[in-house]
Design a protein around this ligand. Structure first.
Ligand SMILES: [Zn+2]
Length: 291
């Protein structure tokens, strides 16, 4: 009897499916997103300045700042990088408990991907701002430009900063600079370190790109171009002896056997080239609209 019922249901269901298939195409397969291999290529810890190390992958920056009172992580790269980051921390003598603070550039999966895992394992406090915290809490879903295309494990911020606020751990003080554009919550961080026996103002400045973004009349971000413009001004004014960026190539860095800055890119040059690119993109968008 049971067999008969099952058979009946099967027949009815398949009949339904084929009847509907005439009207509607099947729903799509689930599909995860992919990124270049260099973004996933682990590298050994690379020293950038006395307290500052790059512990991420060949082409995604994750900075570990060591102080006498524990360490700070800025960015993590892709979601799958968590174990690699913890291993690199261990190589530098930083136990999970020693990580006290997690900061970030912006809340996209290629920079904030493993922050939930790192926060869970280490107990470090995640420091963000209101705009980024909202995006982090929904794991990158409902992104202004990418929709649900690049989601990652959601993570809760423990402290929200205002523009210009500072974070101190041990002898290091980092200042948060709001630089909206790439995301509404994009951040730059500046701090003082030493390199080659000299004091250097280090600036870790978020992406200034607009990859495939709708810049004109974007209903989800009406003032996006104004934000980019004021951000370029902010970036030009940062203390910036040594510029680092989430995508190292953007500031002339190559992470290989050691961390090498092949060309010294100033914050002003970084902002200038980003503005030129944005202007080109705007011109293209305008001509498409007109044509
Ligand atoms: Zn991004």
């Amino acid at each position: 009897m049971i067999e008969k019922i099952t058979l009946l249901i099967t027949v009815t269901l398949s009949g339904l499916v084929s009847a509907q298939a005439r009207e509607y195409a099947p729903l799509p397969q689930l599909q995860a997103y992919q990124v270049p291999e260099a973004w996933r290529q682990p590298v050994a810890p690379l020293q950038v300045a006395d307290h500052t190390w790059q512990i991420g992958t060949a082409e995604l920056t994750a900075l570990l700042l060591k102080t006498g009172d524990g360490a700070i992580l800025i960015d993590g790269g892709m979601p799958q990088a968590a174990d690699h980051l913890l291993a690199n921390m261990k190589k530098l003598g930083v136990a999970p408990d020693d990580l006290k603070l997690i900061l970030h550039s912006h809340a996209h999966s290629d920079h904030a991907g493993p922050l939930a895992a790192i926060r869970r394992v280490t107990g470090a406090r995640l420091v963000s701002n209101a705009e980024s915290a909202a995006l982090l809490a929904r794991g990158g879903a409902d992104d202004i430009h990418f929709g649900d295309g690049i989601v990652y494990p959601p993570v809760q911020a423990d402290r929200l900063l205002q523009d210009g606020e500072e974070v101190t751990l041990g002898a290091l003080t980092l200042k948060a600079h709001f630089i909206p554009g790439h995301t509404p919550g994009s951040l730059a961080w500046t701090w003082r370190d030493r390199r080659g026996g000299k004091t250097v103002e280090v600036a870790y400045v978020d992406s200034l790109t607009a990859p495939g973004y709708q810049l004109l009349d974007n209903p989800h971000y009406p003032h996006i171009v104004d934000d980019y413009r004021s951000t370029f001004e902010t970036v030009r004014g940062l203390p910036c002896d040594l510029l680092l960026t989430p995508h190292p190539g953007a500031s002339g860095w190559k992470y290989g056997e050691e961390a090498v800055q092949r060309e010294s890119v100033s914050c002003t040059a970084y902002a200038d080239s980003a503005e030129k690119k944005l202007d080109g993109q705007l011109a293209e968008e305008r001509s498409k609209k007109a044509g």
